[in-house]
Design a protein around this ligand. Structure first.
Ligand SMILES: Cc1cc2nc3c(=O)[nH]c(=O)nc-3n(C[C@H](O)[C@H](O)[C@H](O)COP(=O)(O)OP(=O)(O)OC[C@H]3O[C@@H](n4cnc5c(N)ncnc54)[C@H](O)[C@@H]3O)c2cc1C
Length: 479
């Protein structure tokens, strides 16, 4: 590892290549610094369009451009693949790991933008049967599960068997992601796929949107919430509010209603869109600074987004608890740009900026083709106008990535033609997550063999056994 004296320039390390990480790095393009982006994926991810990958509208590459390519012209930026496992505030270094290869990267300034993962509110075992929607892997798994459920139903119907549990889709969480997902699955079942099957009628599929809260889209206010609920019902989504999920298994889930009644819904396909938990890196930072973490694991920061006692460390985006800021892309982008300005300003001996102020540009959520809701300042919009705004805003923000422009052109064609061209699914998509989890360290040890205490034969035998169990239907499969 090179020491500071060998470096003429100020070293900035950015953790994460999401909205905060990428926009923070870009904002440093003219600064007299060397930026190293360390992230656990090779791509930037445009999360707002993940649901379109999950439902076959867009391909994964269209919403996840390689970070390296996006930053290729930014000569002061270096991209490193790695899962950050440690941050040493005293020695100003970040430890990252890729397939057993550890790397320590030193910094003079640090921007932590590691985002948030799915929260199952203490019931992590729900994730086995109800995947969340946070990553490309999640979206592809869901695509496999959704289209796979129709395929299995066709086979079982041809054998004269009951298919109701296969044609029932439950989305848990009536926030923007849940609403978009439920609306899209309903369109898929009731319109797009209606002529594709012979033994099942996809229009008979049930799509249920569940939430423990009493309204749909709470941040959008009661009026837009009620409008959205009515619109969803109209396109064939059953909205069940005040309903808390208490158990999830392979074939369905159990729900407790507000009056205490417990009931079961038979549904093979469940989507979890109900909660977020900030990156565990927040805990690592909290332990070294005494900064508080809230229930969602978000860390308290100073008004200038720095950590208490560490003006050289900025935390931005979904990881931050400050002034009730929402977990949205603009908070991460503006926060990261603020941090970049501060780092640049300090090097130019400028006075510190006033505390971070978030400029709320509004929120929006799509419900179906040509229908959305939006809030902009005091304005409340619904229907086609809101949908046009949604389209325009997405177009505006993603034009920085050339393949996303292609995605939008492609999108226009699919919207007009009501055709989904990204319906390819593989068994790997559906079963790999759980299989990898069960393989635990073994698969990773196979590729990072140096130093492994278990023989290659032992590791291969374990991998084969796990594959056999999955193939035999003992694990991970359902019908
Ligand atoms: C399905 C979905 C739909 C959404 N829709 C909208 C929307 O319509 N509008 C809106 O404004 N917001 C939306 N959001 C929220 C928005 O995407 C987030 O608020 C935003 O991504 C936060 O940016 P961030 O930089 O904090 O985190 P992210 O963008 O999540 O980036 C985190 C980065 O850190 C990396 N990382 C995490 N842990 C580590 C580690 N240990 N080591 C290395 N790298 C790590 C990740 O790989 C990723 O690159 C949506 C979110 C989801 C999940």
């Amino acid at each position: 590892m090179a020491s500071k004296t060998e470096h003429e320039r100020h070293r900035v390390v950015v953790i994460g290549s999401g909205f905060g990480g990428l926009f923070g790095t870009k904002a440093l393009r003219h600064a007299d610094v060397d930026v190293t982006v360390v992230a656990r994926t090779t791509h930037h991810l445009f999360q707002p369009l993940l649901y379109q990958v999950a439902t076959g509208i867009l391909s994964e590459g269209e919403i996840a451009p390689p970070t390296r390519e996006v930053l290729s012209r930014q000569k002061n930026a270096t991209v490193l693949l790695g899962d950050v496992t440690g941050i040493d505030l005293e020695h100003r270094s970040v430890t990252s790991n890729v397939l057993g290869r550890e790397l320590i990267t030193e910094y003079d300034s640090l921007i932590v933008a590691a985002g948030a993962g799915q929260s199952y509110f203490g019931n992590d075992h729900f994730s086995e049967f109800a995947p969340g929607m946070k990553s490309i892997d999640d979206a592809l798994e869901l695509r496999g599960r959704i289209f796979g459920a129709f395929e299995l139903a066709e086979v079982m119907a041809a054998r004269g068997q009951d298919v109701d549990h296969l044609l029932t889709f439950v989305v848990v969480g009536a926030g923007p992601t849940g609403v978009e997902m439920a609306g899209q699955i309903a369109e898929l079942a009731h319109k797009t796929l209606k002529s594709d099957f012979r033994s099942i009628n996809t229009r008979q599929a049930r799509v249920i949107l569940l939430d423990a809260a009493p309204q749909v889209l709470p941040p959008f206010g009661a009026k837009l919430g009620a409008w959205t609920e009515a619109k969803l019902e109209k396109i064939g989504v059953e909205v069940q509010l005040g309903a808390m999920v208490i158990a999830v298994d392979e074939r369905g889930l159990e729900v407790q209603d507000r009056d205490g009644t417990r009931r079961r819904i038979e549904a093979v396909t469940k989507v979890w869109a109900a909660g977020v938990q900030a990156s565990p890196l927040g805990r690592i930072l909290a332990d070294q600074t005494g900064a508080a973490l809230d229930r969602a694991g978000r860390i308290s920061v100073n008004p200038d987004l720095t950590l208490p006692g560490h003006p050289e460390v900025f935390v931005v985006g979904d990881m931050v608890a400050l002034d009730n800021l929402p977990g949205v892309a603009q908070v991460a982008i503006q926060g990261a740009q603020y941090a970049a300005r501060e780092i640049d300003g300090r090097l130019r001996n400028k006075a510190p900026q006033a505390g971070f102020h978030y400029f709320d540009k509004g929120s929006m959520a799509t419900i179906s083709r040509f229908s959305a809701v939006a809030t902009v300042g005091k304005l409340r919009l619904s229907g086609f106008v809101a949908w046009l705004m949604w389209l325009a805003v997405h177009l505006f923000y993603i034009t920085g990535f050339k393949n996303l422009v292609t995605a939008l052109l492609h999108r226009t064609v699919t919207i007009i033609g009501n055709d989904l061209s990204e319906r390819t699914v593989t068994e790997q998509q559906i079963f790999a997550r759980e299989a990898l989890k069960r393989l635990d360290g073994a698969a990773r040890e196979l590729v990072s063999a140096p130093g492994s205490e278990r023989s290659r034969e032992e590791l291969e035998a374990q991998a084969l056994e796990e594959a056999r169990l999955t193939d035999a239907g003992v694990r991970g499969r359902h019908d």
